[in-house]
Design a protein. Structure first.
Length: 333
């Protein structure tokens, strides 16, 4: 692809309002242009990176039984009111139509996927099911100054799983976590499986996939001797210098990190909210167990830039990994 046909050219100077490496380099290299805080246009090379990331994700989600669908971005207020999210989710973009109907721009898809799958899952024979989609999301962030790592509009992969019982969910939960580590490894990222709170989604412990980077916004504690890692912004029961609660061999070290993915045990919260029942093998009607599994695609692209910018500075150029082994080199310094 010739630069003259891209409709964009590299910039010698970084944007004056750019606070992060990914924002500076992606604009300078001609990968993105910022429309406003947290909203970007992805130019041909930037779009190519997103598509390569999507390809890796699709391959790994399909490998564990995922079924790709596409859900809408515009949601009626009623489905969010069923779960209480209309009032409790403070980052939800809300709008009113000319006919005075209230809508939301999707910040997540639990309220859509549950009533959708209710039509197709009637008994234990239909389980488990793992629909996923790749779609743009919207969140009314107060601070969108981390480049494409924290956007008001961003691309994300969401998978949802439906299970007959907790044992089947637990089995798949571990499979999904392993698949996520494979996804990030294929992108050259060493992601740490990190304990965190369930936030708005669940009262149970969740797991985030954190990549160590100075551009991150998450404070973590991790162990050098094993795989233990915890988000201390969410969980206050761990402190720097404590012995690792998992192996007991090393003291916990602090770092900042960027979250590139997460997995949640949703329990029966959403199946109960939408009265989604299935028949078990005894003919009893029960609420299925649900899980959700997210990967921030645009955020991951930003993290890749942050992680690889140090080695490329030594070469006098900026190499933006396109996650497929191909790199676009652009002299911007």
């Amino acid at each position: 692809m010739k630069m003259s046909r891209m409709g964009a050219r590299p910039e010698k100077m970084a944007p004056k309002d750019a606070e992060t490496i990914n924002h500076k380099l992606l604009v300078q290299a001609g990968f993105v242009r910022q429309l406003m805080a947290g909203v970007y246009t992805y130019l041909p090379f930037g779009l190519r990176v997103l598509r390569n990331i999507e390809k890796i994700i699709r391959e790994e989600m399909d490998a564990i039984g995922g079924e790709e669908i596409l859900m809408p971005m515009l949601h009626p207020a009623e489905i969010w009111k069923k779960t209480g999210g209309w009032d409790s989710v403070d980052i939800l973009f809300k709008l009113t139509s000319r006919t005075d109907r209230d809508y939301a721009l999707g910040s997540s898809q639990e309220e859509v996927v549950t009533p959708t799958m209710k039509e197709f899952i009637r008994s234990y024979r239909d389980l488990p099911r793992m629909p996923y989609h790749i779609q743009w999301k919207f969140r009314d962030e107060l601070r969108s100054k981390s480049g494409i790592m924290r956007g008001r509009e961003f691309l994300m992969k969401d998978m949802y799983s439906f299970h007959l019982d907790q044992a089947d969910f637990d089995r798949f939960y571990e499979i999904a976590k392993s698949a996520y580590l494979k996804v990030f490894s294929r992108m050259g990222l060493d992601a740490k499986v990190t304990e965190a709170s369930g936030g708005d989604f669940s009262e149970k412990i969740s797991y985030e996939f954190e990549v160590l980077t100075d551009a991150g916004e998450v404070n973590i504690l991790y162990c050098d001797s094993c795989e233990f890692c915890a988000n201390v912004d969410d969980l206050s029961n761990y402190k720097e210098g404590d012995k690792c609660p998992k192996c007991g061999k090393s003291k916990l070290k602090p770092s900042v990190a960027a979250e590139v993915g997460n997995v949640f045990d949703l329990g029966q919260k959403y199946s109960k909210a939408f009265d989604m029942k299935v028949a078990n093998d005894k003919g009893e009607m029960i609420y299925p167990i649900m899980g959700c599994y997210g990967i921030g695609i645009t955020r991951t692209m930003g993290v890749i830039v942050e992680k690889f910018q140090h080695q490329t500075k030594r070469q006098g150029t900026r190499d933006i990994p396109a996650t497929s082994g191909q790199r676009h080199r652009s002299a911007v310094g």
